[in-house]
Design a protein around this ligand. Structure first.
Ligand code: NAP
Length: 284
């Protein structure tokens, strides 16, 4: 057995997180003497948690709601993925220096491209302008997709569009969540991505888009993974559209984090099987 290393997920809440099962299964498959634990860290304890993690030599962290943005000011450096997205979901402890990364956008992009091929030149409508949507927007644009963003709070989408123009020199279309505007944008889109929290447990019957607003050539990707079969995906099924659930993104963002920490290739299949077992939806 090699050196013992400890990895942590911090967030609030963290109960029911799939990451410990997924990461510990990966460490076992790679025969690493590593352990991953989820720790609930309320907002007021974030700074002490980061100071403590640095002092006791926690090897790496994942960061989830509500700390992805707030954590940045306690770190020693940011990778381009984190500075572009303006949020951190992965931290690597490199000889006492804490470096922030963001693997959400790349995780979503890899998952999407594995399923539908290259996004370059394809028209994508992205719902949301929160933490996950921001990371996904940057990754999609860097991969050459043509992006429109719809958000409930228009000012937040406008802020994101201004940031994208400043950082990438790309202009994008912004629309409100008005159903008529959404329907028109969907008619013109090849891919619809939900990166809002609408449809997430406990409000599993909510959706921003219904079957009558979709078409059968549409690809509908919902990053919400609790539940896996969201109302949006059920509506997409009724419209005859292709559907992609949020588990693939979860696994890939975790796999990229593991690769940043260990420099080893992540055992994706092992991680996905562990996450599905945990979510109660065993493969096969
Ligand atoms: P966030 O930063 O809080 O952003 C939430 C987004 O949802 C905002 O755009 C917000 O719009 C929108 N929203 C919330 N309630 C709404 C409503 N009733 N109607 C319309 N829009 C609404 O959250 P996040 O970190 O981006 O996470 C979003 C979702 O993605 C969560 O369900 C999370 O579990 C999931 N996620 C999945 C993965 C994965 O690996 N599959 C990774 C990260 C996140 P406003 O700006 O108007 O408030």
């Amino acid at each position: 057995m090699g050196e013992l290393k400890v990895f942590m997920l911090i967030g609030d809440p963290v109960e029911g997180s799939l990451s410990p099962a997924m990461m510990n299964a990966a460490f076992r498959a790679l025969k690493l003497n590593y352990i991953y634990v989820a720790v609930r860290v309320p907002q007021k304890l974030l700074e002490s948690a980061i100071t403590g993690a640095r002092k006791i030599g926690i090897a790496g962290l994942n960061v989830t709601i509500p700390h992805k943005i707030a954590v940045m000011k306690f770190l020693d450096g940011l990778d381009e993925s984190a500075s572009l997205a303006g949020a951190v979901n992965t931290i690597k402890n490199s000889r006492g220096k804490l470096l922030g990364f963001n693997t959400d956008g790349e995780g979503a992009l890899r998952n999407l491209e594995e399923r539908i091929g290259r996004v370059r030149g394809r028209k994508v409508l992205l719902l949301g302008a929160g933490g996950a949507a921001r990371a996904i927007a940057f990754s999609l644009l860097c991969a050459g997709a043509e992006l429109t963003i719809a958000n409930r709070t228009l000012a937040r989408a406008e802020e994101l569009a201004a940031l994208i123009e400043k950082k990438l020199g790309k202009k994008l279309k912004i629309i409100s969540m008005d159903p008529n505007k959404l329907k028109k944008a969907i008619a013109d889109a090849e891919v619809l991505i939900n990166a809002t929290s609408v449809g997430m447990r406990p409000k599993v019957n909510e959706t921003l888009v219904t079957a009558d607003m979709m078409h059968r050539n549409l690809i509908v990707y919902d990053i919400v993974y609790k539940p896996l079969r969201t109302r949006l995906l059920r509506e997409a099924g009724k419209a005859g559209a292709m559907t992609i659930d949020g588990l693939g993104m979860l696994v890939r963002q975790g796999a990229l984090a593991l690769e940043i920490w260990t420099g080893r290739r992540a055992p994706i299949k092992v991680m996905e099987a562990a996450a599905r077992r945990e979510i109660g939806d065993v493969i096969g």
